[in-house]
Design a protein around this ligand. Structure first.
Ligand code: FE
Length: 206
């Protein structure tokens, strides 16, 4: 079995936002798709480690902002590489507007948004698959949607240097955010401390 086949799947990129009481939060997801047309239904999967996951599970309401090729790396760092448990991601954040459901959506580096009423939540282990119906949707820009491949090739900064050798030790680099782990073997259950992706998203470099 060649696990590299997984990299041939294509994905879009989205900011998933939710609100519980006064708390607003958002995270990056790559798995939103239309899964039915009558009624129109959209599914998206969210890692259970994300604070936004619990908020959507609680409220059954959220917005999906579609990330475009005009997005900068800051957008990914802001919503993807820190947790709403530690910081208020919407404090002072100005590139947003509010949908009729009262939840913010992102207006810069995005080309559309959807407000979703969640109807089903399917437990998939690491993730929950949410399925819902849009209660609102708007086009925000004509810029093309960013694919995960576009993020890797054109948005994520290239490493400035070859990986540090650290006295000849092996370096593993997170393919999502660039975090580097030094050690001969990367533990199978290792989770990237920056972007929370698993060991399978690391590559041996240097
Ligand atoms: Fe990472």
């Amino acid at each position: 079995m060649d696990n590299k086949a997984m990299y041939k799947l294509s994905y879009g990129l989205f900011v998933l936002s939710a609100k519980t009481g006064e708390k607003e939060n958002g995270c990056i997801t790559n798995t939103a798709i239309q899964v039915a047309s009558d009624p129109n239904q959209i599914s998206f999967a969210v890692n259970k480690a994300n604070y936004t996951h619990d908020m959507v599970m609680d409220t059954k309401k959220c917005n999906l902002s579609v990330i475009s090729e005009e997005a900068d790396f800051e957008l990914f760092k802001h919503f993807g590489f820190q947790s709403g448990r530690d910081v208020d991601k919407f404090a002072g954040y100005t590139k947003l507007d509010y949908a009729a459901n009262g939840i913010p959506y992102i207006t810069a580096g995005t080309n559309a948004f959807f407000s979703i009423d969640v109807r089903q939540a399917v437990d998939l282990g690491s993730h929950t698959l949410f399925i819902g119906e849009p209660s609102a949707m708007e086009v925000l820009s004509e810029a093309p949607s960013a694919t995960y491949g576009y993020y890797q090739s054109s948005i994520k900064p290239k490493p400035e240097k070859p990986a540090r050798s650290e006295g000849g030790k092996t370096v593993w680099r997170c393919k999502i955010c660039g975090y580097e782990y030094v050690g001969e073997t990367l533990p199978e259950d290792f989770i990237c401390p920056i972007c929370k992706h698993p060991a399978s998203d690391f590559e041996k470099v240097g």
